[in-house]
Design a protein around this ligand. Structure first.
Ligand SMILES: C[S@@+](CC[C@H](N)C(=O)[O-])C[C@H]1O[C@@H](n2cnc3c(N)ncnc32)[C@H](O)[C@@H]1O
Length: 214
């Protein structure tokens, strides 16, 4: 039996939705989407529940999902519809503080990071994505007034993330409670990890930060 990834249908999806990101080449959003709608990034898009569903609810925005595991990008591709999705691109790419080399300054409306790997052992904390050098880079690519939304089911990482943001002058929390146990979006999309972790008894925590107009 032919593998799904070899079918013409799947190849058409690859052509429409996949982008090749080179580590030192800045993306041209207008060329990618053929419009100038605001661009939202999802970092660690996993199996694609959020980007495939939320993008349909918001055709007025463009979405780029970055995911380091190719298998997961392929799973996401299966959730995208050639006829319905016109505002999504996916890249198999590992994001870190060098994101500034691929995304233009002050060009991004918002960044979603949902259930980033918590790296729970102290000796691995340095691998955590959400730390100063990465926030520094995000600060430069997000437009003033833009946002970062982070969700995690890991209590200690949630507190770590909060602390990392609190050290900064350029981001301010949009929430009255620092960390919310309720989803922040009216049209919240439950991701694979949210569902799995909740099944194991770990409730997600959500944070929302605005890039200040300095
Ligand atoms: C715990 S999963 C969460 C996936 C998805 N956001 C969800 O909520 O179901 C973390 C995902 O982020 C991806 N990932 C981890 N670090 C990354 C990085 N630096 N750049 C891109 N993707 C990354 C992993 O491969 C994995 O798919």
């Amino acid at each position: 039996m032919a593998k799904i990834v070899d079918t013409p249908e799947f190849k058409a999806r690859q052509e429409k939705f996949l982008i090749k990101v080179e580590p030192d080449k800045v993306l041209d959003f207008t060329q990618l989407f053929q419009n100038s709608h605001p661009v939202l990034l999802e970092i660690g898009s996993g199996k694609g529940e959020f980007i495939s569903e939320y993008s349909l609810l918001h055709p007025e925005w463009n979405f780029i999902g970055f995911e380091l595991q190719q298998k997961r990008v392929e799973i996401t591709l299966r959730k995208l519809d050639l006829e319905k999705h016109h505002n999504v691109k996916l890249a198999t790419f590992m994001i870190d503080e060098k994101i500034e080399a691929i995304i233009p300054p002050a060009s991004v409306e918002g960044v979603f990071i949902q259930h980033p790997d918590p790296w729970p052992k102290r000796k691995h904390f340095k691998r955590r994505l959400l730390q100063q050098k990465f926030l520094e880079a995000l600060s430069r690519i997000i437009r003033p007034g833009g946002f970062i939304q982070v969700s995690t089911d890991h209590d200690e990482y949630a507190r770590w993330i909060w602390k990392e943001f609190s050290k900064r002058q350029d981001f301010t929390s949009k929430l009255t409670d620092t960390i919310s146990e309720k989803p922040l979006l009216d049209d919240h999309v439950v991701t694979y990890y949210e569902r799995e972790q909740r099944r194991l008894g770990f409730e997600p925590k959500h944070m929302l930060f605005e890039k200040k107009q300095i």
